[in-house]
Design a protein. Structure first.
Ligand SMILES: *[C@@H]1O[C@H](CO)[C@@H](O)[C@H](O)[C@H]1NC(C)=O
Ligand SMILES: *[C@@H]1O[C@H](CO)[C@@H](O)[C@H](O)[C@H]1NC(C)=O
Ligand SMILES: *[C@@H]1O[C@H](CO)[C@@H](O)[C@H](O)[C@H]1NC(C)=O
Ligand SMILES: *[C@@H]1O[C@H](CO)[C@@H](O)[C@H](O)[C@H]1NC(C)=O
Ligand SMILES: *[C@@H]1O[C@H](CO)[C@@H](O)[C@H](O)[C@H]1NC(C)=O
Ligand SMILES: *[C@@H]1O[C@H](CO)[C@@H](O)[C@H](O)[C@H]1NC(C)=O
Length: 565
């Protein structure tokens, strides 16, 4: 056996042991699709720790006997997502790119396999992610064990009962971020979506892979999926990790006050960043206005969106990519020549609010104001048709030196219809879609990051602010958002399919093929509703078309061509 394989195996053992440590505490009942259901609790913890150590020793012995049959495999954690997708997180020592991430498979407990697709690198823990689909034959099995990620599917190298169970999306600590004063932890399945937040006093943060002897700290804030707690005592932490640079898991312990000896710790794939390693705030280097968005397969729209919003005053763009498989990478590379675009992999499904909270903290040292809009939304002011030499977007913001109480600027949205387009308009959405509904729907926000409430609470692109700050609402004459919501059918269909799939809340529930959520669009026969091309058209409004043509139109033999074509 080669040295390389032996090293890989050793790290597999270590990670398996760590997972075993974790999964022992979390029975598979722990998963909840809706709301919070605590997992089986652990009684008499010290006793279990003892048994655990024995089990680990035995496991290591039994593994070393089977070594010869193990294929070239990668240590990874895996999470069962909705729609039977499996997300694999590979240890950061193994680095991949979209090229070197080819040819991998998920190898399951019953010897079934499915192809694993490279889906990016998590920006904060440096772990490469892959996705595979859970084969039908595995869906019925209980427990569902963690698959092995391998580029040479061979024999399942361990007995079924030994492989740790998969983490379940629905009850999981999935991401963490440190500030100078505290640790922000993102946790699914503890507070419910209806806005009922449990008190911070019900929780503690736990640092360390052994949750029983981990270092614990108080939780200061609990809101949606965002929990903020104190940094752990570094001396105590170092004592746990005498080895040096080992990675430290962080999770949330739920205190059950009325039953003293019980505890529930949320399973976790999140790691603690001990040092606050972002450069100290530099007011001079800060961009006045940035834009943050979350998207999936938006490559086709991104260039137009970035070029346009740069022109009106956005200095930096932060894109949370939730698993795109289009040529986003290439488009971002291209844009980087002239624009400041940061792409972050954010594979967590249905976590738009959490992603926005994350973005607010991530960018707080580089941006003063943050605009939260989608890639099919374009901010526009009729005044720019008359005079574009003013500050445009920045004129929406209060003068920073005037100590204004405005912490958030709210801009209303007009929803555009397909405007008789049958396919994606080659000159861009601002050229192609010119007919909209009369009444504006919802609003989008530009937020002063320093004004955001520490809870990081946000609902539909609108943040809760600290005491003393107010919202400034723009009139339709001052500014609006053109939302190209109902696009040509082939585009809308793709969006619709994705949205529908997001509605399948509970992965265990059989999908009802006749459900209204699934038609039209999902399935094999996507049906275009009658008259789609002329729907949602009440007002012809080509003002942004005229403006962008003036700004970005270039002469071309066929009339004109837009700068982003
Ligand atoms: C998987 O393959 C191994 C080796 O060929 C075999 O021993 C084992 O029984 C198989 N497991 C299942 C569930 O088919
Ligand atoms: C992530 O990996 C890259 C490449 O190995 C390395 O340069 C970088 O420092 C790592 N970042 C972190 C946060 O570990
Ligand atoms: C941190 O932990 C060490 C060792 O457990 C202890 O001696 C020390 O008092 C703790 N420091 C604080 C500030 O709690
Ligand atoms: C990805 O982000 C988009 C835009 O916010 C959202 O509509 C979509 O549902 C997300 N997809 C997943 C899988 O979360
Ligand atoms: C446009 O704005 C500039 C700068 O604010 C101003 O000097 C100029 O007079 C304006 N022109 C029109 C036509 O309003
Ligand atoms: C902001 O306010 C300061 C002082 O009140 C003033 O000198 C400056 O011209 C203002 N800037 C803008 C862009 O209005």
């Amino acid at each position: 056996m080669s040295r390389k394989i032996r090293t890989t195996l050793l790290s597999v053992f270590i990670s398996v042991v760590l997972f075993a440590t974790f999964s022992l505490f979390f029975h598979h009942e722990a998963v909840s699709g809706t709301g919070f259901r605590p997992p089986a609790t652990l009684r008499n913890p010290s006793n279990n720790v003892y048994n655990l150590n024995l089990a680990i020793t035995e496991e290591l012995h039994s593994r070393s006997r089977q070594v010869s049959s193990i294929p070239d495999l990668l240590p990874s954690e895996s999470i069962l997502l909705p729609d039977w997708e499996v997300l694999l997180l590979v240890s950061p020592e193994n680095h991949f790119s979209s090229d070197s991430g080819n040819g991998y498979y998920c190898f399951f407990q019953n010897n079934d396999t499915s192809p694993a697709k490279f889906t990016g690198i998590l920006p904060f823990s440096n772990r490469t992610t892959f996705k595979c689909v859970l084969p039908n034959s595995v869906r019925r099995l209980r427990p569902i064990s963690r698959p092995i990620l391998t580029n040479s599917p061979g024999n399942w190298p361990e007995k079924e009962s030994e492989a740790p169970e998969m983490f379940r999306w629905g009850f999981l600590a999935y991401e963490s971020l440190s500030t100078e004063n505290d640790v922000i932890l993102f946790v699914k399945g503890v507070n419910n979506r209806q806005g009922v937040n449990r008190s911070p006093a019900e929780f503690q943060c736990v640092f360390g892979n052994d949750v029983i002897n981990g270092v614990k700290t108080d939780v200061l804030s609990s809101s949606q999926e965002v929990f903020r707690c104190l940094h752990p005592n570094q001396t105590a932490l170092r004592r746990l990790f005498s080895g040096g640079d080992e990675r430290i898991k962080v999770s949330l312990e739920i205190r059950e006050q009325y039953k003293q000896r019980e505890m529930v710790v949320v399973p976790s794939v999140a790691y603690y960043t001990p040092k606050y390693n972002v450069a100290s705030p530099q007011e001079e280097g800060k961009s006045l206005l940035c834009a943050c968005t979350m998207g999936y397969n938006v490559a086709k729209f991104l260039k137009e969106w970035v070029v346009y919003h740069s022109k009106i005053g956005v200095e930096k763009f932060i894109l949370y990519d939730n698993g795109s498989d289009d040529d986003l990478e290439r488009v971002v590379e291209e844009l980087l020549e002239e624009h400041d675009v940061e792409k972050l992999s954010w594979p967590w499904p249905k976590t738009q609010e959490a992603g926005f909270s994350h973005c607010a903290m991530h960018a707080r040292d580089s941006c003063t104001w943050m605009m939260y809009i989608d890639v099919d939304e374009f901010v526009f002011s009729p005044s720019w048709l008359l005079n574009s030499s003013i500050h445009m977007l920045k004129s929406f913001l209060p003068n920073t030196s005037s100590h204004s109480p405005v912490g958030q600027v709210s801009v209303r949205c007009f929803e555009y219809g397909p405007s008789n387009q049958r396919s994606h308009p080659v000159q861009g959405v601002t050229q192609g879609y010119t007919c909209r509904r009369r009444v504006e729907q919802r609003h989008k926000s530009i937020v002063l990051l320093d004004a955001i409430n520490p809870s990081l609470l946000n609902v539909i692109h609108h943040f809760k602010m600290k005491e003393g700050y107010v919202v400034k609402r723009l009139s339709k004459e001052e500014g609006v958002v053109n939302h190209y919501k109902y696009q040509a059918w082939p585009e809308f269909r793709v969006k619709f399919r994705r949205r529908v799939s997001a509605y399948v809340v509970d992965w265990r529930k059989e999908v009802n093929p006749r459900s209204k959520d699934r038609t039209p669009g999902l399935g094999f026969a996507a049906i275009e509703p009658k008259g789609w091309a002329s729907k949602f058209c009440e007002v012809n409004d080509n003002r942004l078309k005229v403006l962008t043509q003036r700004w970005f139109g270039l002469d071309s033999p066929t009339g004109y061509k837009m700068a982003w074509e």
